[in-house]
Design a protein around this ligand. Structure first.
Ligand code: HDE
Length: 716
């Protein structure tokens, strides 16, 4: 229990909070007693007596204060009034975009010193850990929307460095829809639910989104990503992250280098398939949130590698695209990604609202050693995030909220405002003499370590409203993306465009979009037109843009090349019934469990089933409470013939097959397979089979582990 210490003895009016509380984020484990101020924030002890906000203990909380047992309620019931008033004000505005999210704490540690490129404190010393908080999110849907919609995912990281908070507010795709922040409200109004009926929730498959994109061709590259399986990740733990913009690293000598940030998940980058994502949205709308939470609770801490693409300043104009254009990548084949550190998420928040909802990211939260570029999207973001927090978190003091507080000491002349938690005792202005000139600044000359110094960039030009001609190519990298895809990825992209445009009512919008696609690939445009019933588009005049992509293909863009080895944390269902071969079930648990997978037995009912030799087999879940989409692979053991007549089981297996998932089929488990597949398991790609009487030996499980590692057999 956390006891409110109250005012220090003998000083009834002494400040309870000093000028510089700065407890920083909760330490790993979250229960570090030395973190006194955070304990105070955590306070509200569940195991103590119930009080009012004023600390008055109350006798009960079940009945209002009334005149007699059946009379009216009295205004003097301060307990009731306070309780209802607080409740009435519980909601704060949700984020205008990225409303739906999930977060976790962890740490970042560099592999090597990056002192050659940056003086950022957290990138100096190999192995020195900096605490982080990460929030993943979708963009379009409101707070209660489903996790597995087709959308970009936010990937925002707050580093609590010793020199202040650094926020890397990125996405799981390396480019964006627009080039200039002034278009952001237009884009968001177009993609959000339509204003008259607030439909659709969590989806871009509607007229206004495609109307906007078809008229704003700079969105084409991003559309390729959003129509690819990148937009339906398997897990937050299995997606890449990107800073998107080109940023700048600055070293102690003031020299700058351009940098692109990449997060690469240790578990590999994997996606769902579209049908699966849609079913998951109904079966478990919290799929990603639950997955992240459960993995961390289980000690399977997700990990990403931070990589940088470093570009010397003299190479600013060395590429056929503009480094300031956020609709362009720097292909890894041109500038390799250099791994510089790792991030591990190892602790769930204690309170969703206090931490995940109140965390406030801001692209302008940078630290010495990191700086901006003139990317016009980034420049606008640097205004927007602080501005949005003012309304969302109710005033200018949100950086005092526990999740937002820097570990570095804070000493400002900012005063007052809603939600002021600091009891300031200093003067609040500079220059001052009465406060001894404090807080002080070091002044000119050579600055001490840890003082932010703006990168000295020479800027010269007229004030104009005009897009740079170097931003004019909208298709070459979209075409590069298309060319770099595996066949199955192209099919998924074609299907996604056809689904989304097929939902658009306005035929002029559909046709305009199809016409844009001819600039990416004629066969893509023609196939989409065919599937949505629009006339075949005219080929675009060859305009030579294809040369502007930088490279002919970029293998790193394909999910085929983003897999990881091993099957850690994959979820594997073993379907069981009375008569099952219990030894096989145990073997599956042992072997797959040893590989780090989570194995669950499913049956028509909970409790236990009795194995062939009479032993009980525990059932982890009844089929009715789960779904195939919540698992990566299935095992159909011997002795489960009865399941071939169970419609839930047949649907379960049929769906998994349709979604390209690997299967293990043993002995009479083939009956269920055949009921679902109308074919023999030996004939289907991605299925490990042992017939009746054949042993499920080590070689069999090796084969199944290898198939599971592949994750999907999309050509099935
Ligand atoms: Fe954001 N964005 N954004 N954005 N963004 C917000 O800030 C904005 C953009 C991103 O988990 C808002 O706190 C503008 C690109 C993430 O809390 C707001 C522009 C990228 C998150 C805002 C962009 C992002 C946000 C809404 C165009 C990827 C969630 C609530 C110039 C690099 C952070 C909030 C979290 C959130 C503005 C474009 C990523 C309104 C004006 C590009 C991950 O400030």
């Amino acid at each position: 229990m956390t006891v409110n210490p109250g005012p220090p003895e003998g000083r009834p009016h002494a400040p309870l909070v000093t000028e510089t509380p700065n407890p920083g984020p909760p330490a790993r484990g979250g229960r570090d007693a030395k973190d006194a101020a955070l304990d105070a924030a955590r306070a509200v002890d569940a195991d103590g007596p119930l009080t009012t906000d004023q600390g008055v203990r109350v006798d009960e909380t079940d009945n209002s204060l009334t005149v007699g047992e059946r009379g009216p309620t009295l205004l003097e019931d301060f307990q009731l009034r306070e309780k209802l008033t607080h409740f009435d004000h519980e909601r704060i505005p949700e984020r205008v975009v990225h409303a739906r999210g999930a977060g976790a704490y962890g740490f970042f540690e560099p592999y090597e010193s990056l002192a050659e490129y940056t003086c950022a404190d957290f990138l100096q010393e190999p192995g020195r850990r900096t605490p982080v908080f990460v929030r993943f999110s979708t963009v379009q849907g409101p707070r209660g929307s489903a996790d597995t919609v087709r959308d970009v995912r936010g990937f925002a990281t707050k580093f609590y460095t010793r020199h202040g908070n650094y926020d890397l507010v990125g996405n799981n795709m390396p480019v964006f829809f627009i080039q200039d922040a002034v278009k952001f409200p237009d884009f968001v109004h177009a993609v959000k639910m339509e204003p008259h009926n607030e439909i659709p929730t969590g989806a871009s498959a509607h007229d206004t989104f495609w109307d906007f994109c078809s008229l704003q061709p700079e969105s084409t590259h991003m559309l390729m990503w959003v129509m690819s399986d990148r937009a339906i990740p398997r897990s937050y733990r299995m997606m890449q992250g990107f800073g998107v913009h080109t940023f700048r690293l600055v070293n102690a000598q003031g020299q700058g280098s351009f940098v692109k940030f990449h997060w690469t998940p240790k578990l590999g980058t994997y996606s769902q398939v579209w049908d699966e994502a849609q079913i998951t949205a109904g079966r478990d709308p919290d799929f990603h949130r639950r997955d992240l939470w459960a993995a961390i609770e289980a000690g399977d801490f997700p990990e990403w590698e931070l990589g940088v693409q470093l570009i010397p300043e003299q190479d600013e104009f060395a590429y056929p695209f503009d480094l300031l254009d956020p609709t362009k990548i720097v292909p890894e084949e041109l500038v390799p990604v250099r791994p510089v550190g790792r991030m591990v998420l190892d602790r769930n928040p204690e309170n969703f609202f206090a931490e995940t909802e109140q965390v406030a990211f801001h692209t302008a939260n940078i630290v010495p050693g990191i700086d901006f570029t003139n990317d016009p999207l980034l420049q606008g973001r640097n205004f927007s995030y602080l501005d949005t927090q003012l309304i969302r978190l109710g005033g200018p003091n949100f950086s005092q909220l526990p999740v937002n507080r820097p570990l570095a000491e804070v000493r400002t002349n900012h005063r007052d405002g809603y939600g002021q938690h600091t009891i300031h005792s200093g003067t609040g202005y500079a220059p001052n003499s009465v406060g001894g000139g404090c807080p002080f600044t070091p002044g000119g000359g050579r600055l001490p370590e840890g003082v932010f110094e703006h990168y000295q960039q020479r800027i010269d030009g007229a004030a104009i409203r005009r897009r740079s001609p170097s931003f004019a190519d909208h298709y070459s990298q979209a075409a590069l993306f298309w060319r770099s895809m595996a066949d199955w990825e192209r099919e998924h992209i074609t299907a996604a465009f056809s689904f989304e445009l097929g939902k658009v009512g306005d035929r002029a919008v559909r046709q305009r979009m199809v016409a844009n696609l001819t600039r990416v690939d004629q066969s893509l445009a023609e196939e989409v037109a065919r599937r949505i019933g629009e006339p075949a588009p005219q080929p675009s005049p060859a305009d030579g843009e294809a040369n502007a992509a930088g490279v002919p293909v970029s293998p790193a863009l394909s999910l085929e090349n983003q897999r990881a080895t091993g099957i850690r944390t994959r979820k594997i269902a073993v379907l069981v019934a009375d008569g099952v071969d219990a030894e096989q079930v145990q073997a599956a648990r042992n072997r797959l469990g040893a590989e780090g997978a989570t194995v669950e037995t499913l049956a028509g009912h909970g409790g236990t089933v009795s194995g062939r030799d009479g032993q009980d087999v525990a059932v982890d879940r009844a089929l009715a409470t789960t779904a195939s989409v919540l698992y990566d692979t299935l095992v159909l053991p011997d002795g489960t013939v009865v399941l071939a007549a169970d419609t839930d089981a047949v649907r379960f297996v049929g769906e998994a097959l349709r979604h390209g998932k690997p299967l293990a089929v043993l002995g009479s488990g083939a009956a269920l397979f055949e009921a679902a597949a109308s074919g023999r398991p030996e004939q289907v790609a991605g299925v490990a089979v042992r017939g009746n009487g054949q042993e499920a030996d080590t070689a069999f499980w090796d084969e199944f582990v290898a198939l599971t590692e592949q994750h999907r057999f999309p050509d099935r």
